[in-house]
Write a protein that binds this ligand. Structure first.
Ligand code: DAH
Length: 359
């Protein structure tokens, strides 16, 4: 709204002095003056000052009435009428101006509902959460159930129960953050941050009898120096299927179908023999990066897998020779990097919205 000029209020005493002295009120001039002052009123404050000036206890109308006492008898009637007319005029001016100010204010504050709306910039789940959810969904479609197990683990679940002996060099592959807290279940041993999701296998097998088909998604920790492909914390999804008859070809079929659903039907993969203490035989799966349109290396490893080592069944307390199982573990960051063409793992954790917004 354009600023209106402030009403200039001439002190009442001036009028009183001037007019009382002369004792003849020029009502025409006063009315004229009041009307032009009213025109300049732009705010409720101005309006109140105007009211006080004319209608207040010490205002002009009161002064005119007060002057009646000293007026000549012949003038009294005219002065009284003049005062009344002036009061009426000022009241009308105030009413009109008041209505005008209110409607201007309403107009100023009114919303224009015909304007186009402003869209709130809504956030969404992080790309890692999305990827994790995509992986979980594919396995759920195949009958697996997702279960979370603790990030703070014991040496037993992270190593021993998985056939990784305490002082065996194969532990080096799962370099570990130890906590200062003691493991209440093993004297002299410390708790640790799990270095993979495989301890979930041990926990689940100790609690449930076959048949079972579970996946364990979650964070894992390793004291790796951070670079484009390493982080001290990352995510894995573990898988475990145990029943009386499970074969390696089922493992291959399951993971092939998973990759097709996750990456698309064009995906090309290969199984490469490998060693893991908790599976026998074991393999690593590589994805053909060229087909996914990613430069760098031709084959990129995405997961480890194999048939559950009977020693693991034994520590879980399953009867010897009764069950077979397949297991696998994949890195979620790696899967997301391949699927979405991301070349630096650090981008996941920096939370720069320019990166996050793209997915
Ligand atoms: N835990 C392994 C790792 O972190 C991955 C893995 C390999 C999981 C083979 C498995 C498996 O279940 O069978 O490197």
């Amino acid at each position: 709204m354009a600023k209106r000029p402030k009403n200039k209020i001439v002190p009442v005493t001036f009028f009183v002095f001037l007019l009382v002295k002369k004792m003849d009120w020029n009502f025409q001039d006063i009315s004229h003056q009041a009307s032009s002052e009213a025109k300049a009123i732009g705010s409720p404050q101005d309006l109140e000052a105007f009211r006080l000036k004319y209608l207040g206890k010490k205002g002009l109308v009161a002064a005119v009435f007060a002057s009646l006492g000293q007026a000549a008898s012949a003038d009294k009637a005219a002065i009284g009428k003049g005062a009344n007319d002036l009061r009426k005029l000022v009241e009308e001016l105030i009413a009109a101006k008041g209505a005008e100010i209110i409607s201007a204010k309403i107009h100023e504050e009114r919303e224009d509902f015909s304007l186009p709306g402003t869209l709130e910039d809504l956030g969404h789940t992080h790309l890692l959460t999305q990827t994790m959810q995509e992986i979980i969904t594919v396995f759920e479609q195949m009958g697996f159930v997702a279960i979370e197990t603790p990030e703070i683990e014991t040496e037993f679940h992270n190593f021993t129960g998985l056939n990784i002996p305490i002082d065996h060099p194969s532990r080096d592959a799962f370099d570990t953050f130890y906590l200062e807290a003691d493991d209440p279940s093993a004297k002299g041993r410390k708790l640790l941050l799990r270095s993979h999701t495989s301890p979930g296998q041990v926990r689940i097998m100790k609690q449930h009898k076959p048949p079972l088909a579970v996946i364990v998604p979650g964070r894992v920790y390793r004291p790796d120096a951070v670079d484009a492909s390493h982080s001290f914390m990352f995510h894995q999804v573990e898988g475990l299927l145990v029943d009386e008859k499970v074969s390696f070809s089922e493992l291959k079929g399951l993971l092939t179908e998973f990759c097709r659903r996750f990456f698309g039907p064009q995906v090309k993969m290969r199984f490469r023999p490998h060693f893991f203490p908790f599976t026998e035989p074991s393999a690593e799966v590589d994805i053909n990066a060229e087909i996914l349109g990613i430069q760098r290396k031709k084959w990129l490893e995405i997961l480890g897998c194999g048939m559950v080592n009977p020693k693991v069944f034994k520590t879980a307390g399953y009867p010897e020779g009764k069950y077979k199982g397949l297991a696998f573990g994949m890195g979620v960051e790696r899967m997301a990097m391949l699927k979405y063409g991301i070349n630096d793992i650090r981008l996941f954790y920096e939370n720069d919205v320019r990166f996050l917004k793209q997915f």
